[in-house]
Design a binder for this molecule. Sequence first.
Ligand code: ADP
Ligand code: ADP
Ligand code: MG
Length: 460
Amino acid sequence: MTIRSILVANRGEIAVRIIRAAKALGIHTVQVYSAADRDMLAVKMADAAVEIGPPSAAKSYLNIAAVMKAAIDAGVDAVHPGYGFLSENAAFAKAVTDAGLVFIGPSAQAIQLLGDKVEARKVAKAAGVPTVPGSDGRIDDLDAARIVVAGIGFPVMIKAAAGGGGRGIRIAETMEDFERHFPQASAEALAAFGDGGLYVEKVITRARHVEVQILGDGIDAVHCFERECSLQRRRQKVWEEAPAFRLPDAVRTRLCASAVALAREVKYRGAGTVEYLYDEESGEFYFIEVNTRIQVEHPVTEMVTGIDLVEEMIRIAGGDRLSVRQDKIKVQGHAIECRINAEDPVRGFLPAPGTIEALTVPEGEGIRFDTMLYAGYQVPPFYDSLLGKLIVWGETRESCLNRLRQALQTLEIKGLATTIPLHLALAADPAIASGDVHTRFLEPWLDTAFQSPVPPKEVA
Ligand code: ADP
Ligand code: ADP
Ligand code: MG
């Protein structure tokens, strides 16, 4: 069917991004919002807006009944879930399609299958994709677990099958550690995700996080190359790049082909990301999970390939075949994204909601700022702290970094503390410039190298 109207079932910068794509396609937009989000930018931009509940996400953005009522009352053709919230909730995808509407994402069955990290590992194996050495399935009891873990070797990672957003992961260095963590991890996973299922993986000690963007139309699948997301704090990405630096072409070819093989294995439809750990020393890469949604860092891929991933998602959901052929997808130049959060990096990343007193956004060739901010906007304290993403493109990684430093100097968000000082320091760091980083680089660097050479521009 041709999609003529979309309900945006999300908030913040991604809601703005979805509305922009919909408008470019001539599609009518209806934005949902909680009582705390009446003044958000997406509400102002959308053609219509519907309040769906109180500030608490559980009662608004995560409330399937309330979101469905808004969609049905507004008479939209389709629903875009964004990222986070209900985006990887199979019951929501099913509710949308059961109501005769289009879910802009993969089928409920694909979300269910790939959203379970243990099942996703099985799919990867079936597609011939190398996985991190670990348990074959869920591990239910401690006795069986001991044998599996001894076979893998320490340190091991205990992971929640339903985990996400960097949560539901623990490291065990010894068997005693493991025995202590295992029941706690299970109880925690049950409380956080409603599913106490656990699995174990070997810890890849010096790994880089490299992920592949995929697009599928249910018949064919392509990849849009890879992103490098090794700069993480608490297993959450802070800074992302495309393409991955220091990745031999032969590895890139195998990596991207493996993601396409996985997508074909499940006849994937929509945009998705296959995440891997890459061991630079051995040249091996290992599948970790699939995200069945648009990702926060999708703009770096857009900047280097010229493909509008959100528009492509909408077209595929409307029944179109892929508009891009694999041999036409090329990477040009280099792009870096800095996540700008309302957190104070010199005060242990303390959340810092507040009012935007003034906003200066860098402009010029190769500079993009995806945001929900405007001067006078009051950032509510109830949700994710992401304020915006500064994305910079350059012909080479070096020119991209030069341009990024300049753009970060210009970007000014007055009224609250942000992570801009962190990004300024990272952009000036020689280790970053040489690309000599891995997933455990940033946390110790924050304790030692990050003395905030640049004082925070503004503290509320
Ligand atoms: P990406 O995977 O796109 O790089 P993140 O891992 O930061 O981005 O996740 C995107 C958003 O979704 C974040 O706001 C994160 O907190 C949220 N999120 C992801 N998975 C979950 C989950 N299982 N439960 C709750 N929030 C989640
Ligand atoms: P989430 O679903 O929360 O995004 P992931 O499985 O994608 O969880 O892992 C998040 C991050 O945790 C990875 O990017 C990496 O930094 C780290 N990690 C995950 N698995 C391993 C592993 N087996 N060895 C080392 N680091 C890992
Ligand atoms: Mg992940």
